[in-house]
Design a protein around this ligand. Structure first.
Ligand SMILES: C[S@@+](CC[C@H](N)C(=O)[O-])C[C@H]1O[C@@H](n2cnc3c(N)ncnc32)[C@H](O)[C@@H]1O
Length: 247
């Protein structure tokens, strides 16, 4: 049966309260964030979008490293976003939306981030096209997901993870390259990290002169051009923070 985002919503709604205490944070997510941060060089005022931001952990790392950038997180799961809002308060904006139909203007962001969620997207080609649409020409995309090439990666990400998460699809290194090139990106590098839980970073750039962004019929700018419009209401959850991740 094809994977449905309803399954992802149920999984992450149930996991949201415990997500930040999961041992996967230390074993997989934090090492991968360190690799991603080592590739980031952001000028003050840069607009950064984290697609599938979950509880905002990566945004918190970026906020610490680059205090003067604009941060926006998008995720389908409201309880995950609510954790992010507690963590970052007004430092970031959180929007509940699907990666396959981003309620955001075209050519708007300098950098897009996407960590440990691409395998949940039922239409990965459409998600890649949406990321290309909202990125400025010359902007960069950094995607991290499980490395499923080779026998060990195959065992973990094609066998073990689907036993818990259902029919998710971890893309191979070659598939990531193909999906992003077809969406219009230039793939700058692909790098493996980790050994017990290996992960793959795919670093892309939107060419300065390349394929025009695909129009987005689901998105209309209403009134002045701002990140959020009537099509994308910022999340309205009471703020109990802000608190910082442990150093
Ligand atoms: C394993 S978590 C990763 C969260 C965060 N990126 C991180 O690295 O900690 C996966 C996230 O993807 C989100 N997600 C799954 N499918 C999605 C979709 N189609 N659109 C947007 N978010 C989605 C889930 O709600 C969840 O918060």
């Amino acid at each position: 049966m094809p994977y449905s985002s309803i399954a992802a919503d149920q999984q992450f709604t149930g996991w949201s309260q415990r997500y930040d205490r999961s041992m996967l944070q230390r074993m997989l997510f934090e090492p991968s964030f360190r690799l991603l941060l080592s590739k980031l060089d952001l000028r003050p005022g840069a607009r950064v979008l984290d697609v599938g931001c979950g509880t905002g952990n990566l945004l918190a790392w970026v906020a610490d490293a680059f205090p003067e950038v604009e941060l926006i997180g998008i995720d389908r799961c409201r309880p995950m976003l609510a954790q992010g809002l507690c963590k970052l308060g007004e430092r970031a904006e959180f929007i509940q939306a699907d990666s396959q139909a981003l309620p955001l203007p075209s050519r708007h962001f300098d950098v897009l981030l996407n960590t440990h969620c691409f395998h949940h997207f039922p239409d990965q080609a459409q998600a890649a096209r949406e990321m290309f649409r909202v990125l400025k020409p010359g902007g960069e995309l950094l995607v991290i997901d499980g490395w499923r090439d080779g026998p060990w990666g195959h065992m973990i990400y094609d066998r073990l993870v689907p036993a818990f998460e259902g029919e998710v699809l971890h893309a191979s290194r070659a598939r990531f390259r193909k999906l992003f090139e077809e969406a219009g990106f230039e793939v700058l590098r692909q790098q493996r990290g980790g050994w017990f839980l290996p992960y793959l970073l795919t670093h892309c750039r939107a060419p300065l002169a390349g394929k025009p962004a695909v129009p987005a019929p689901h998105f209309k700018v209403v009134g002045r051009s701002a990140t959020t419009t009537a099509a994308a209401e910022p999340l309205d959850v009471s703020v109990q923070g802000p608190h910082r991740r442990a150093a």
